[in-house]
Design a protein around this ligand. Structure first.
Ligand SMILES: Nc1nc2c(ncn2[C@@H]2O[C@H](COP(=O)(O)OP(=O)(O)O)[C@@H](O)[C@H]2O)c(=O)[nH]1
Ligand SMILES: [Mg+2]
Length: 330
């Protein structure tokens, strides 16, 4: 039976995914249990949530009685319109992706294990910026624990694949294993598995580097044979500027964002730095993004479609379009 989860529930689930502490998770889980539609189709999920709630309460109690020395955590602020985490086997081209698309200066070298800590950089695209994060390599036997949280809270994961290496298919499958052992699955879209709440799917694209290699297609086919990939493949040759720019566009497109400009009554529009929301984002969501209280106060909005000088008035549930100019009304 379909669960028919409401947008409010889905938003809470999204908050849960990004929560960084047991206390935060507990608060959100309690909210999710209130918000979840109560019918047969959600019985399994309701039970899963209750189990998670119990586990989280225990986790919190343990943390309070004995503040644990948490392992290394990498804390850099999320910045820009989205956070894209680059993962993959050693030498798969991860650092080169960051180096070519941002001003960051990772070490790029033809030998493995040059990157030991996550390194962020900002990628510009038109009038927005997106955060890219280079990470240490993953192998069957090597998995930097702090990577898990980075992957699970990412807006998009790029799995790098060395298009010039016969070992790339097997190494890529191996790199997905430590994540799967930790209930994290690279997938077409992000969200908890509706049939098993302990599994998180994270939106991913495979990035096949050295895309000019003549055997790349065979290697990708072999990869699909050993593990059918549930997400699209992007190909890049970084020695070719057009190919690099095409990758930049594809990364932004994969984030599935809309850009929104705002204005206050009687003042000119602010076209300097747009807000961004997921495709389908509403007036209310834009208001909440500007200020938490504003989301509760907003009643309607005047909206100008890009390139159009006539405005129209819409309700707070109206889904906005890319490049709309919005004047909120409270
Ligand atoms: N020609 C070419 N070389 C690439 C490309 N992508 C990665 N490389 C090279 O592959 C090697 C390993 O790349 P690197 O980004 O350091 O791999 P990492 O270990 O995954 O971070 C480096 O010598 C890169 O310059 C590409 O698209 N074209
Ligand atoms: Mg590297």
């Amino acid at each position: 039976m379909p669960a028919n989860l409401t947008p409010q529930y889905q938003r809470a689930e999204e908050e849960y995914r990004r929560a960084q502490s047991p206390a935060e998770r507990l608060e959100i889980l309690e909210r999710m249990l209130i918000l979840i539609p109560k019918h047969k189709g959600t019985e399994k999920l309701q039970a899963d949530l209750k189990t998670k709630l119990k586990e989280t309460r225990e986790e919190l109690a343990v943390e309070k009685s004995a503040p644990k020395s948490i392992g290394k955590v990498y804390r850099f602020p999320r910045q820009g319109a989205g956070t894209v985490v680059i993962v993959g086997a050693p030498n798969s081209g991860k650092s080169r992706i960051l180096k070519e698309l941002t001003k960051a200066e990772p070490e790029v070298a033809p030998y493995p294990f040059t990157t030991r800590e996550p390194l962020p950089g900002m990628m510009a695209w038109e009038d927005i910026v997106v955060q890219l994060v280079d990470t240490p390599p993953i192998t069957e036997h090597q998995f930097e624990p702090a990577l898990l949280n980075l992957v699970r809270t990412a807006d998009l994961v790029l799995m790098a694949f060395d298009g010039s290496s016969d070992d790339a298919p097997e190494e890529t499958v191996a790199a997905m294993q430590p994540l799967q052992q930790r209930h994290t699955y690279l997938a077409e879209k992000t969200g908890f598995d509706e049939d098993d709440f302990s599994r998180l799917l994270v939106k991913t694209r495979l990035v096949a580097t050295r895309g000019g290699d003549e055997s790349l297609a065979d290697r990708l086919q072999f990869l699909q044979e050993i593990t059918p990939l549930p997400f699209p493949v992007l190909t890049v040759e970084f020695d070719d500027a057009d190919s690099r720019e095409a990758l930049r566009n594809e990364i932004v497109r994969s984030l599935e964002l809309i850009r929104l400009y705002t204005k206050t009554p009687g003042k000119p529009a602010d076209y300097s730095s747009p807000f961004t929301l997921p495709i389908g984002g509403t007036v209310e969501e834009l208001a909440s993004k500007i200020h938490r209280d504003l989301g509760e106060k907003v009643k309607s909005a005047k909206v100008w479609t890009f390139g159009n000088s006539d405005s129209r008035t819409v309700g707070k549930d109206h889904a906005l379009q890319d490049r709309d100019l919005v004047e909120l009304q409270t």
